[in-house]
Design a binder for this molecule. Sequence first.
Ligand SMILES: [Zn+2]
Length: 176
Amino acid sequence: MVRPGKAWRKATMSSNSDTGSGGRGLRSDRLSVLARGLLGHCPQCGQGRLLRRYLKVNPNCSHCGEGFAHLNADDMPPWLTILIVGHLLAPEVWYVQRNFDLPVWVEQVLWVSLALILTLTLLPRSKGFVLALLWVLQRDAKEKAVLAGQPPVVPSPDESILDQVSDARVEKPSAP
Ligand SMILES: [Zn+2]
């Protein structure tokens, strides 16, 4: 019988430590960051506000000073909100249509009101969640770069969009 060598044991131990208590701790840390974003709190400290005036992103956390200006959620929060509201309302609409004979105007008022209330309630939460997701992804990318001995270069969404715009301007053919 061939016994595993030192290198194999070392690799197994390191992979166990990745998925062990350290991995669980990292996963729960990411989940708590996402929960903070969902509640509209700073992903770093959980104390300051991520958003102000409904959907406007605060440039910095009022508690720990963490910057949020580089986080660009773009269209993801409305997409996420539409997805959730659609999945929440569709079963109710189907159930009411099959089991009740409501007048059309009652259904219109009911579904439009419910859709509006759900959308306006979920939109800031979706935005907070997406911003926290971007924040934790960028933080992890920076940590990986530092561990690999590379400079932590993480392009912000604003930079990449600006780069695309400037590239498009350069490549645009001139009119004859
Ligand atoms: Zn903070």
